[in-house]
Design a protein around this ligand. Sequence first.
Ligand SMILES: Nc1ncnc2c1ncn2[C@@H]1O[C@H](COP(=O)(O)OP(=O)(O)OP(=O)(O)O)[C@@H](O)[C@H]1O
Ligand SMILES: [Mg+2]
Length: 594
Amino acid sequence: MKTVRFFWFYFKRYKLSFFVIFLGIIAATYLQVKTPVLLGDAIAELGKIGQQYFVAQQAGETGFKPDLADFQSVMSSLFLAYAATVVANLIYSLLLTRIVAHSTSRMRKGLFGKLERLTIAFFDRHKDGDILSRFTSDLDNIQNAFNQSMIQILSNGALYIGMIWMMFRQDTRLALVTIASTPVALIALVIIIRLARKYTNLQQAAVSKLNAYMDEKISGQKAIIVQGVQEETIEGFLELNEEVRRTTFMGRLFGGILFPFMNGMSLVNTAIVIFAGSNIVLNDASMDTAVALGLVVTFVQYSQQYYQPLMQISSSWAELQLAFTGAHRVQEMFDEPEEIRPQHAPLFTELKEGVEIKNIDFGYLPGQKVLDKVSISAPKGKMIAVVGPTGSGKTTIMNLINRFYDVDAGSIEFDGRDIRQYDLDSLREKVGIVLQESVLFSGTIADNIRFGNSSISQEMVEVAARATHIHDFIMSLPEGYETQVTDDENVFSTGQKQLISIARTLLTDPQVLILDEATSNVDTVTEAKIQKAMEAIIAGRTSFVIAHRLKTILNADEIIVLKDGKVIEQGNHQELLRQDGFYSELYHNQFVFE
Ligand SMILES: Nc1ncnc2c1ncn2[C@@H]1O[C@H](COP(=O)(O)OP(=O)(O)OP(=O)(O)O)[C@@H](O)[C@H]1O
Ligand SMILES: [Mg+2]
């Protein structure tokens, strides 16, 4: 169903072209099935001339002049038929190629546009590789199928029907002889194709298993060496490799015998037609010998071509199915819910009163509750700290404030207005977020701090870097701010990456600030720097700070203690210590360690 909807959407505008293609296919098919008849006619004409020659010889006439007019007219029809077939083929192929090129380009554009409108939840649920393959292999499969298989199937289907129709019009007995072996061939065809497909699927599964295995082992090479399990690793590899070899061989074997087998069937069929066919028509007293000879020639042609369309259809069928699967997968993406972006919504420019989180429930997956009736109130300019054990839902709250996800129940309000009613871009622009796992993008360090805003001058970049205490480190690199960040970001520690992204956030001058402190161990020097950088960026802003080291948040205006998605305690540091509950325990534990 999805498949139909997909193709209808992209192909409906080409209705006229498809009609012309359809006519082209019918015309080409008719001409193609007509040629054996014309060829037979030509032989029959030649036969007649031969008979006249005999008659003339026996009558003792000399200087026999054969009448070639009929023969020549048949030959010129034959030539015309060939030429017209080529033209018709050319026209519909061109049309189809044009349609396919245009529509796959539109599909790609549509898909990419959709990608930008999807919710974060979609990206959580799908692996990057899976999304990428919808752009690459799925669209390629659709394109290939329409460029080749589709035409093959349509034209060969038409050819098959046309051939049977034409054969029965010529001579019922010979037609029956020609198609007699069909059931045997069809059964063999189906069995061979099933087996070939089975092993090709097994082969693909084996190959991806092998790839996953190698991927895992390569990235885990250090662990393998440390554990001393190289031998076992190689054994595992050999086993998977053997499976790939076996399935590849079987797949190729069955894939490879299809064509030779069908060619053999064609030969057998031709032999049957020649023997049985000549027996029938040449012994038919009601039929002129020359005409009978022509008929046999015609049917020899048919019997040679008879299995071609079936072969073509069956070999193109798999490709067409890939295209259908591709269309289904692409359509699936189009059906994904999009981010709710209110139209003509007010822009969020400045926070005047504060942020109010009211009784929110949230879960990433249906039926799973990560946050349960959480309420937090953050008046303008105050710093709210969120602490709690790992997995308690701290990062999740932050994801909701930025509208990476939407709440299931309750609401988050800026100045008394639900954040879902603000213009989404302006909201995200004014909510600064420093992620727990900061990421750098390829480009220079300066680019990373500017982050797409080219109006920010080099001076401003440096001011931000100084404020966040990363300037000295950057200057210590040989190329300073122009240092290229490559995919291999290993030169930067987690703490340094976080400092760079704090500098980046500082430059956006956010109204609401979210800081998710890096969990990975950072050395004490970097920790002190992060602490200072945080103080610099928090000053005077409404902020939410997630802290793992409680030292960072001793002076927070309000500390929220989260456990299993519920707020269990709240108050400032002194108040919480006095309550002598979870927070106080946490604090004393950390204190002991440091
Ligand atoms: N994208 C996601 N999809 C599904 N479940 C998720 C997703 N992200 C987090 N969770 C689940 O939600 C719960 C809360 O996760 P969250 O990241 O908010 O914890 P956290 O308090 O930030 O922990 P940490 O201190 O380790 O950063 C966890 O049980 C986690 O498994
Ligand atoms: Mg977290």
